[in-house]
Design a protein around this ligand. Structure first.
Ligand SMILES: Cc1cc2nc3c(=O)[nH]c(=O)nc-3n(C[C@H](O)[C@H](O)[C@H](O)COP(=O)(O)O)c2cc1C
Length: 190
């Protein structure tokens, strides 16, 4: 349980792991779209996040490498486990395999997230976005992609799908941060 609960939670955090920058750029765009509906939205790499107290909602993104989330994203979930249970969450994932949106590639993308879901069953993100990433020559040279041969070099990010997901997240969070309407008084009290 959170020991200090006095700090006002007035902001949303979009945090990400990224090795070659494509997930970082996606995080910026998602933060911008959420910011169109909600108040302050901060963006930071997972390694720089220490204190979640100012945030009432946390959106976490990671790319998939060798069929898994980056270890720093998993370390963030582990380190912030107790606090994240008390936050609204959204999750997004970039995968090169989605360069072609086939049922098989979608299933491979889903499997990478499935491992996170199994490891951290207490997190129930409001939305999970699975997006195609940017595949570098390095990804192809490296050889192992969790048994996938589906990676093709190029920037496969679908910015409209990413923006749409950010807007959806923003609308959901906006709906959740509104104060509850006043209880209706019975007619005789009006
Ligand atoms: C070494 C390496 C391994 C990768 N393995 C996978 C993989 O197993 N499955 C997949 O869908 N994409 C894989 N990718 C593609 C990344 O998910 C994609 O390039 C992503 O956009 C990279 O994010 P980043 O730029 O934020 O680091 C791999 C990329 C690299 C460089």
């Amino acid at each position: 349980m959170e020991a200090l609960n006095w700090m006002p939670k007035d902001a949303i955090l979009v945090t990400f792991a990224s090795r070659s920058g494509s997930t970082a750029e996606v995080a910026e765009v998602i933060a911008y779209e959420i910011g169109q509906y909600c108040g302050r939205v901060d963006v930071a790499p997972v390694q720089r996040v220490r204190d979640l107290r100012p945030y009432w909602a946390v959106i976490l993104g990671s790319p998939v490498r060798h069929a898994r989330w980056l270890p720093e994203a998993i370390a963030f979930l582990r380190a912030q486990r107790a606090t994240l249970r008390l936050r609204l969450m959204g999750v997004f994932q970039l995968c090169g395999s989605l360069c072609q949106d086939t049922p098989q590639n979608r299933e491979a993308a889903r499997q990478a997230y499935e491992e996170i879901r199994r490891t951290f069953p207490e997190f129930r993100p409001l939305e999970v976005g699975l997006f195609a990433g940017r595949v570098s020559e390095e990804a192809l040279l490296h050889g192992t992609h969790g048994g996938q041969s589906a990676l093709k070099p190029g920037d496969w990010r679908d910015w409209e799908a990413i923006r749409e997901w950010g807007r959806k997240m923003g609308k959901i969070l906006f709906g959740m941060c509104q104060p509850a309407p006043p209880a209706r008084l019975p007619p005789e009290k009006l």
